[in-house]
Design a protein around this ligand. Structure first.
Ligand SMILES: [Zn+2]
Length: 191
């Protein structure tokens, strides 16, 4: 919004075009920037036949491969943790000198881990960027025409076309990146 004297109003309340927040505001995107418990950060794979950590990694990997939305993946991982892991889990925070029985792994914490903390599933962050582009284009395209005069607003048209062109570039880069990363994954899994 512009003020009467033509300057941009710096006191606007701005919001996300594609929200990843399950609830509340966050201090930063990764697990380390939050005090919340994260199962994947605080535990690791075990040799046991029953290895819930690896099971959850496999679930996320399979869903990422299917290009499921982040919200869907978070919901499924949360259900899996609640049913199969939390009831028998005990977590000792050595720094704080406390043990927490059945720690809560919130949906916010799961989302932070899979999208921003782990680099294991780069396609998930790429999906977020994709959704930002799509949401931005949908939003910008709603406000291009002057409804009284029926004229196309030149400035808004340029902004919309610019986003569409950047989106097209992003898609091309994404296609080549994920072609490369699939090869990398296959090569490293043979080692
Ligand atoms: Zn984490």
């Amino acid at each position: 919004m512009m003020t009467d004297d033509g300057h941009e109003d710096l006191h606007r309340t701005m919001g996300p075009v594609y929200s990843l927040e399950v609830s509340g505001a966050s201090a930063g995107p990764t697990c380390a920037q939050h005090g919340e418990f994260c199962f994947l950060c605080n535990f690791s794979a075990s040799e046991d036949q029953d290895d819930p950590w690896s099971d959850i990694i496999d679930v996320i990997g399979a869903l990422a491969e299917e290009n499921k939305e982040i919200a869907t993946i978070v919901k499924i991982v949360h259900q899996n943790y609640e049913q199969n892991v939390r009831p028998t889990l005990s977590y000792t925070d050595a720094a704080a000198g406390i043990t927490i029985e059945h720690p809560e792994w919130s949906k916010d914490a799961i989302r932070r881990h899979i999208v921003f903390t782990s680099t294991q599933w780069p396609s998930l962050f790429s999906n977020v960027c994709e959704n930002i582009f799509v949401s931005m284009i949908a939003l910008q395209s709603k406000h291009v025409k002057d409804m009284d005069t029926e004229d196309v607003d030149e400035e808004r048209r340029k902004a919309l076309v610019d986003t569409m062109m950047k989106y097209s570039q992003f898609q091309r880069n994404r296609a080549s990146t994920f072609h490369l990363s699939k090869n990398t994954k296959q090569a490293s899994s043979r080692i």
